[in-house]
Design a protein around this ligand. Sequence first.
Ligand SMILES: *Cc1c(COP(=O)(O)O)cnc(C)c1O
Length: 387
Amino acid sequence: MSLDEIAGEVLGAARERGTYRRMRVLDGAQSTRMRVDGREALLFAGSNALDLAHHPEVVEAAARAARDFGCAAGGSRLISGNLSIHEELEQDLAKFLGTETALAFNTGYMANVGVIPALAGDGDVVVSDALSHASIIDGCRLSRADVRVFPHGDLDALEAVLREVASTRRRVLLAVDGVYSMDGDVAPLPEMIALAKRWGAMLLLDDAHGTGTLGRTGRGSAEHCGVSEAVDMHLGTLGKALGSFGAFVAGSSALRELLVNAARSFIFSCALSPPQVAAAATALRLAQREPWRRTRLQDNARRLRSRLARLGHSTQPSTTHIVPVVVGDNARTMAACEGLLERGFYAQGIRHPSVPAGTARLRFTPMATHRTGEIDALADAVSEVLA
Ligand SMILES: *Cc1c(COP(=O)(O)O)cnc(C)c1O
């Protein structure tokens, strides 16, 4: 088959399913108000939850790092790219999370496809939730371990799997999201951790959306659930609430050494660039120094959920700043998305395979700096376009 024929086949099928994707073009400084496809809009999409990506201190730190160190790390960490600023950022992240060490990865996606195969391989078992992020799923596939998936949040099913594999398998890894990225619910971490301990499984917590946004000091979903100390491996991103780019895994010294030696996505890839590292380090400090961002973010999310509920739109099962309204039908979801954009609000419609077929949704991600009037106006506009 030719390339054109393959493209025709794949894209034709996507069009037929109503899942054909096209990229929008955004313009302007990363914040609550941007131009989307040429139209001025309030941004209720994306992951810049604390509005740190264009913070003057973050921008200045990145610019200074570019001037002082250059725009590239100049190599992979194990060759020539391990700069002192990488080590400093990792120490800051470890201190933030209360772990011995942390190790940076280039993205959360790359962290999952690096960490999971470093811990589990042929003959081992990875246990994961049915709604796990695509990067956990791909990490599982790359690992060649047996993958056991339990229904979303089903602790009895999780225990049944853990009990079954406990006596026959040497290595069992439980890999779960802290905050489900398309539903906004928080995993039942205390129960999951207790089960992992009881049945001898390691726990990898992918807290991409919880990092900086949840918990008393912003450490994330484990802190929110009161179990920070009990997590073996915290995975977080620098590209979401922490306003930069990249990711990290925090845990013991043994974990860091293991990953440096065995995580292929760490070993065989150029290190994060100095501006990215400096931006992340500064944003991390700001997130800690300005807890109002976290508080306002959760206040805004709560306000949006309750306004939508009052207007008859369920945002179940969200309890965080990821606020979905499930529409169901693909075409209706995308029409609602366009309707919102015409009214000056941007929130992307999400379809299969990002979410299970038949559960297409509008996914709203309010930010710390949206004004309450803007939240209320969004809720009213959602009601209009779904009427
Ligand atoms: C966004 C996300 C990732 C990927 O992180 P990137 O840094 O964007 O690659 C991984 N896991 C979860 C749960 C996420 O929400």
